[in-house]
Ligand binder design. Structure first.
Ligand code: URA
Length: 235
């Protein structure tokens, strides 16, 4: 791959902009400025390169985990709040990264993003049945009848079939751990309301076998590696 295509593929701007950046000496590899946009670079192993002093690694596709804070919308074109894309380097939006499903603006926790259309589709589709684990803080003390309703299934407004949680456990009187397979609009809030309680705070802790890492601060993001993607596929 030539150096212009390398930067272009990783979201550094139009081909013309990438050519310009290289000509200005802003790209270096192994500590050496590289100013010929047509020079070739092998892709195996994936090359590391610096742009304006920041280190990047070539990635054919981007797979990202974000610890979403409250007050951010998952849309790129948000209506009332900032977009989660404000928390990511602009290169990621430029290369077409999108969120894998959506969390409400007031929901926190694990949000995946990718520019791999098949991956986004797979993990958004209800058919894939990826377990998603949420921690909900609820207004009223939890009781066994509510937990049983969540496990047995509650009929949500506008739905013809009940929605059941794969698991519903009390962590304490006001904390509920809920595992759901689908990703319907406001699903957890609607299920908890239908079971007779109310979600005051919602946090996604896990998707498949991939848990939000403790080391990932609120608002921070990280690349997912092969082991993370394999964990995600676990049920
Ligand atoms: N369920 C909800 O109600 N909201 C979310 O953000 C995610 C799941």
């Amino acid at each position: 791959m030539d150096l212009e295509t390398l930067l272009f593929s990783q979201g550094f701007g139009s081909r013309r902009q990438c050519r310009g950046m290289i000509a200005e000496g802003r790209l270096s590899i192994g500590g050496e400025a590289r100013t010929d946009p047509h020079a070739d670079i092998p892709l195996t192993p994936p090359p590391e390169f610096d742009v304006d002093g920041a280190r990047w690694m070539y990635r054919e596709k981007a797979y990202i985990a974000l610890n979403k804070p409250a007050g951010y919308e998952c849309s790129r074109d948000p209506q009332h709040h900032l977009s989660v894309f404000h928390l990511l380097p602009p290169q990621l939006a430029e290369r077409g990264v999108q969120s894998v499903g959506r969390l409400d603006q007031d929901t926190t926790g694990l949000l995946l993003l990718s520019d791999d259309g098949a991956f986004v589709h797979t993990y958004t589709s209800p058919k894939k049945k990826v377990p998603k684990v949420y921690l909900a803080t609820v207004r009223h003390p939890l009781d066994d009848a509510q937990l049983a309703k969540l496990r047995d299934g509650v009929l949500l407004h506008g739905e013809s079939k009940p929605s059941a949680a794969l698991a519903a456990e009390r962590r304490d009187d006001h904390s509920l751990e809920l595992t759901v397979l689908e990703g319907k609009y406001h699903q957890v809030k609607r299920m908890v309301a239908a079971a007779g309680n109310r979600v005051e705070k919602l946090h996604r802790e896990r998707m498949g076998g991939y848990a939000l890492p403790d080391s990932l601060a609120e608002g921070a993001w990280r690349w997912l590696d092969e082991a993370d993607l394999a964990a995600l596929r676990e049920k």
